[in-house]
Design a protein around this ligand. Structure first.
Ligand code: C2O
Length: 604
C-alpha cells in the first residue's frame, strides 16, 4: 500500500523536494526549489570527533566520572531490595524500574508504513555525560508567541535554521538529525535497554510524553542559539490556544522561508480553504466553514476540558505510568489529555493527508521535518507549566520511576547527554520561559445540550433515548456509533470525596493499527436527537486520538486504554445521582477494536 521509499532513498527524500512531491502551485514550488542554502561558515564546531572533547579543545564541563552513576546501575546492583523499599512508599512501584535511555549502538531502522527508514543518530561510542543545568548566570530564553514576533526575530530564527540545515547530515546538530530524533524515539528504532524479550521504546502514550519533548526542544533551541551565537535565542511557540493563534503562524507559511515545508494539508495553510485550526479534526469531513468566533467558541471549550475539568488528576494530564520493560500496549497505558487533544489532532490536521504517511506533521517519523513541529511542541510544553498553576493538586509526579526515567540527546557541543525527567520539571532552571499571553479559555466550560443553550439543542420532539448495546457484547469493532449503559459504583459523592477521587470512564482494550489515523469520540447521556454531542457540549467527554506511527515491522497492532475525567460533566448534566451512565462511542476515523467500558475512581 505504501509508496514510501527504502532507507537510502528516504534519506535522499529528506533533501526534498524531489521525491515526495508536494501539492503546491507551480509558482510556489519553483520558489521553494530555488531557495539558496546558506553557507555553513557560521558553524564553529565540527561534530565529527568521536570524543567528548569539543573542537574548541575545552573539556566539557560535565564529567561523567564524577557525576553520580546512573541511578539505574546502582538500582540494578541493589536488586530486589530497591523494589521492596519503593513498594512501601508507593504500591504502584512494586517493580520499580525507570525507563532507561536507549543504547545508541543498537539503534535499528524505524518503521514507516510497510517500509523501514533510517533515522538513527550518528554514534561512534562517544562517552555519555550526565545533564547539568545551565549556569545561573546564563540569560533566560523567553519564548514568544509565533504570531507576535517581529521581523528582526524572524530573520534571526531563519538564519539559525538555515545554518542548522547547512550542517552535514551526519552532524548530530544538523536539521536532518534533529528531525530524526523524533523518528527514532517514536517509530521503533530503539529497544528498551536490558529488557528481554525486546520491548520497543516509545515516548508517546504515557507519562514520559511531556518531559521527553521538553528536553528535545531544549537542545534543539540551544543548538540554534549556538549557531548564531545568541545565548538568548528562544523558539517561538504556536499559541494555538488563543483566538489569534488559531492558524498556522505566518512565519511558517512563506514558501521563501526555511521555516516553510510543502508537505502540509493544503486546505489548512493560511490562504487555504479551511485555515482555522479545528482542534477536533481527524478527517476531511471535519472541515467546516466556521467564522473565527465560532471556531474559537469550540476551541476554547476544548482547552478548558483538556486543561481544567478533564485534567484534575496527574495521570489524566500527563498520561499513565510507563515503567521499564513494560510493553507499552495494554490497559495500563494511556495518553494524557493534552497529548490526545489538541496535540494529536493538530499533528493530523497539519500533515498532508494526500501523502502516503500524512507527511510531515501527520506521522511521528516525519513530524520533526516541519519547523512548525517545534513551535507546536513549545506550546504543548507551555501547557505543562500552565497546568501546574491551575489548582492545588496539580503537581509533578514524585514517583522515582518517573523522575529517574532518562533519554539521550546531543547538545550544542555535540556531546551526548543523559537527561533525567527529574531535572526537567522546572523550566526556569532550564533557562526557558514563556512570554505571558492572555489565557482566554480558563472559564470556558462546555454547555449541556439538554439545557437548550447550544446551537445543537434538540427540539422537544426529536429527543429520544439511544438504542443500547449490552456490555457483554464486547470486545467489538467500533464501525458505527454504539451506546452502552455503564453502572456507576458510587453516586452522590460528597465534595471531599470528589476532590479525593475523580470519577472516570475507562474505554479498555482499545486495539488499533498504529500506522493509521484513529479517532473516536466519547459522549455521556447524549440523547439521540440527530446532532451528536460535539466538543462544545457538556455531554462530550473527549476523544481517543492516534497520530500514525509504527513500531517494529509486523507490530502495527497496539493495545491501549482511554481514561476520561467526568466528575464535573456528570454534575453539570444533573446525572450525579444516577445508577448508570449511557456512554456513546462514535467512530470518526478508523475502526478500533474496543475491549470494554467501565466507570472507575482515580486518586492520582
Ligand atoms: Cu512526539 Cu507531537 O509528538
Amino acid at each position: 500500500m505504501s509508496s514510501f521509499s527504502p532507507p537510502s532513498a528516504a534519506a535522499a527524500a529528506f533533501l526534498r523536494p524531489s521525491l515526495l512531491q508536494p501539492k503546491k502551485s507551480a509558482s510556489q514550488l519553483s520558489a521553494y526549489k530555488s531557495r539558496k542554502p546558506y553557507s555553513p561558515h557560521f558553524a564553529r564546531i565540527s561534530c565529527k570527533k568521536n570524543s567528548s572533547t569539543s573542537d574548541d579543545g575545552k573539556e566539557p564541563t560535565n564529567n561523567d566520572q564524577t557525576s553520580p552513576t546512573t541511578r539505574r546501575d546502582i538500582l540494578v546492583g541493589m536488586g530486589s531490595l530497591y523494589g521492596a523499599v519503593s513498594s512501601l512508599s508507593d504500591p504502584t512501584t512494586a517493580l520499580a524500574d525507570p525507563i532507561q535511555p536507549p543504547d545508541l549502538s543498537k539503534c535499528g531502522p524505524a518503521t514507516v508504513g510497510d517500509d523501514t527508514v533510517a533515522c538513527c543518530p550518528p554514534f561512534a561510542g562517544q562517552k555519555i555525560i550526565d545533564f547539568k543545568f545551565p549556569s545561573p548566570g546564563e540569560p533566560m530564553r523567553t519564548r514568544r508567541a509565533a504570531h507576535l514576533v517581529d521581523k528582526a526575530y524572524i530573520e534571526k530564527y531563519e538564519k539559525a535554521i538555515c545554518l542548522m540545515m547547512a550542517l552535514p547530515d551526519d552532524d548530530p546538530r544538523s536539521f536532518k538529525q534533529q528531525a530524526d530524533v523524533h523518528c527514532a524515539y517514536c517509530n521503533g528504532a530503539y529497544d528498551q535497554v536490558g529488557i528481554t524479550p525486546s520491548v520497543d521504546l516509545q515516548i508517546h502514550f504515557s507519562w514520559i510524553f511531556f518531559p521527553f519533548h521538553r528536553y528535545y526542544l531544549y537542545f534543539f533551541e540551544r543548538i540554534l542559539g549556538s549557531l548564531i551565537d545568541d545565548p538568548t535565542f528562544a523558539l517561538p511557540f504556536w499559541n494555538w490556544d488563543s483566538p489569534d493563534g488559531m492558524q498556522i503562524p505566518a512565519i511558517f507559511a512563506d514558501p521563501d522561508s526555511k521555516l516553510f515545508v510543502p508537505l502540509r494539508n493544503q486546505k489548512h495553510i493560511p490562504g487555504g480553504a479551511y485555515p482555522l485550526l479545528n482542534m477536533n479534526w481527524s478527517k476531511p469531513d471535519d472541515d467546516k466553514a466556521l467564522t473565527p468566533e465560532e471556531q474559537w467558541d469550540i476551541n476554547r471549550r476544548v482547552m478548558h476540558t483538556q486543561m481544567v475539568s478533564g485534567a484534575k488528576k496527574r495521570t489524566l494530564f500527563f498520561g499513565k505510568p510507563l515503567k521499564a520493560g513494560e510493553v507499552l500496549p495494554g490497559d495500563r497505558s494511556g495518553q494524557g489529555s493534552i497529548e490526545r487533544t489538541p496535540h494529536g489532532n493538530i499533528h493530523i490536521w497539519a500533515g498532508d493527508d494526500t501523502q502516503p504517511n500524512h507527511e510531515d506533521m501527520g506521522n511521528f517519523y516525519s513530524a520533526g521535518r516541519d519547523p512548525l513541529f517545534y513551535s507546536h511542541h513549545a506550546n504543548v510544553d507551555r501547557m505543562w507549566d500552565l497546568w501546574k498553576t491551575l489548582g492545588p493538586r496539580r503537581t509533578d509526579f514524585t514517583d522515582p520511576d518517573w523522575l529517574d526515567a532518562a533519554f539521550l540527546f546531543y547538545d550544542e557541543n555535540c556531546r551526548l547527554v543523559r537527561c533525567r525527567i527529574g531535572d526537567s520539571l522546572d523550566n526556569k532552571k532550564l533557562k526557558t520561559d514563556y512570554n505571558s499571553v492572555a489565557i482566554e479559555w480558563l472559564h470556558s466550560k462546555r454547555i449541556p445540550k439538554k439545557t437548550g443553550t447550544t446551537k445543537a439543542a434538540p427540539s422537544k420532539t426529536s429527543k429520544k433515548k439511544r438504542e443500547l448495546t449490552d456490555l457483554s457484547k464486547f470486545p467489538l469493532v467500533l464501525n458505527k456509533a454504539i451506546s452502552v449503559a455503564v453502572p456507576r459504583p458510587r453516586k452522590n459523592r460528597s465534595k471531599a470525596e470528589k476532590e479525593e477521587e475523580e470519577e472516570v470512564v475507562v474505554v479498555k482494550g482499545i486495539e488499533i493499527d498504529r500506522s493509521q489515523v484513529i479517532k473516536f469520540d466519547v459522549a455521556l447521556n447524549d440523547d439521540d436527537d440527530g446532532a451528536p454531542a460535539g466538543p462544545r457540549d457538556t455531554e462530550f467527554a473527549g476523544s481517543f486520538v492516534n497520530v500514525p506511527h509504527r513500531q517494529k515491522p509486523g507490530a502495527s497492532k497496539f493495545k491501549t486504554a482511554l481514561t476520561l475525567g467526568i466528575t464535573d460533566l456528570l454534575e453539570d448534566l444533573g446525572a450525579d445521582g444516577d445508577d448508570t451512565v449511557v456512554v456513546t462511542l462514535v467512530p470518526q476515523a478508523g475502526e478500533p477494536l474496543i475491549g470494554g467500558l467501565n466507570i472507575d475512581y482515580l486518586a492520582d
